[in-house]
Ligand binder design. Structure first.
Ligand code: 2Q2
Length: 322
């Protein structure tokens, strides 16, 4: 230990003034779409602290909130190319790995516990394996998300009232099919473009969990949160497989351990956050609207089943039977 400190000091002194001063061996660039106050970011900060402390600074984690590294699809591509290393992503992965659609099937999960059983059991394993096989990304933690609700500038309580509403959805084919069947006009769009599109009235609504509605200040351009709760989902923190494979066993373990702590920390924050969000958005001027969720579910269900491929349908049935 003393010898190491001494070597470090000599090396440090020798390198003063040069950029290489005690640089980390590995830098992990971690980009995501939420803002700094969002619990995803707070969890990412925890990961950074743990990794840097437990690797004695050999791994540095650089965080890029607010799509600073690019939108979700761009960051996935960058990780595959090796110019970024980590992100937070979910059902958009169905564009590569069809099983990832199960992470956010409309009306699939009864409650949080039902979802947890799926994620932490064989179903989760199957989804993760296909994600890694098809995208070369490795899920290292999962976060529960709040239910997705529809925001708009008119209250909407019945599918009939959607009346061709121009609605932004993420790059998720299953969401496009579902909202078309419900009677809206869905358009896939990157998250970072949604605020301006709402402001300019290119789109009239969007759907997301309350945390991202707050994170992206949608309350400034949307008046109503229609409590559709149409999707319960989880999301993964992923890292590039090549990046992980290039690490020593010891450093890889540091990453896995920190990911576990991040996951536990996020779960704690999540509970508190869910309590806080409705009040916060109300204070910021949004009105919460009770909707006929049964009517939405009934109209969506045939479209969802129709959209599922055979491989997806098998997993969907397995989820329903949990
Ligand atoms: O609406 C969004 O863009 C976000 O909630 C997420 O990015 C979305 O759930 C998926 O793209 C996640 O893969």
């Amino acid at each position: 230990m003393i010898k190491q400190l001494f070597t470090g000091a000599v090396l440090g002194a020798a390198l003063i003034g040069s950029q290489a001063t005690l640089a980390a061996d590995i830098t992990l660039k971690f980009g995501h779409l939420a803002n700094e106050e969002n619990i995803w970011h707070q969890a990412a900060v925890k990961f950074k602290e743990k990794v840097e402390a437990n690797s004695d600074g050999r791994i540095e984690v650089q965080l890029f909130p607010n799509e600073q590294l690019g939108n979700e699809m761009d960051v996935i591509n960058s990780i595959q190319l090796g110019t970024a290393d980590m992100t937070i992503t979910g059902e958009s992965l169905q564009n590569w790995a069809p099983k990832a659609a199960m992470m956010a099937v409309p009306y699939a999960f009864r409650d949080s516990e039902h979802m947890r059983q799926a994620v932490e059991g064989e179903i989760g394993e199957e989804i993760e394996a296909q994600i890694t096989e098809r995208t070369n990304l490795v899920p290292i933690a999962w976060f529960e998300r709040g239910p997705r609700h529809l925001t708009s500038n008119e209250p909407i309580t019945q599918p009939d009232e959607l009346d061709d509403l121009r609605l932004r959805v993420p790059n998720v084919p299953l969401f496009v099919d579902t909202w078309e069947a419900l009677g809206a006009r869905p358009t896939p769009m990157a998250f970072s473009e949604v605020f301006t599109a709402l402001q300019q009235n290119t789109i009239e609504g969007q759907e997301n969990p309350l945390s991202l509605i707050e994170s992206a200040s949608f309350y400034e351009v949307q008046d109503y949160v229609n409590l559709t709760g149409h999707v319960r989902s989880w999301i993964y923190v992923v890292i590039g497989k090549n990046q992980l494979d290039s690490m020593s066993d010891e450093l890889r373990q540091v990453v896995f351990d920190a990911a576990e702590e991040m996951q536990t920390y996020q779960a704690e924050l999540f509970e508190e956050d869910q309590q806080r969000l409705e009040e916060s958005l109300t204070e910021r001027g949004m009105e919460f609207v009770e909707v006929d969720t049964e009517a939405f579910a009934e109209k969506a269900r045939p479209a969802v089943l129709e959209a599922l491929s055979e491989e997806q349908r098998e997993l969907f049935d397995a989820i329903q039977n949990l």
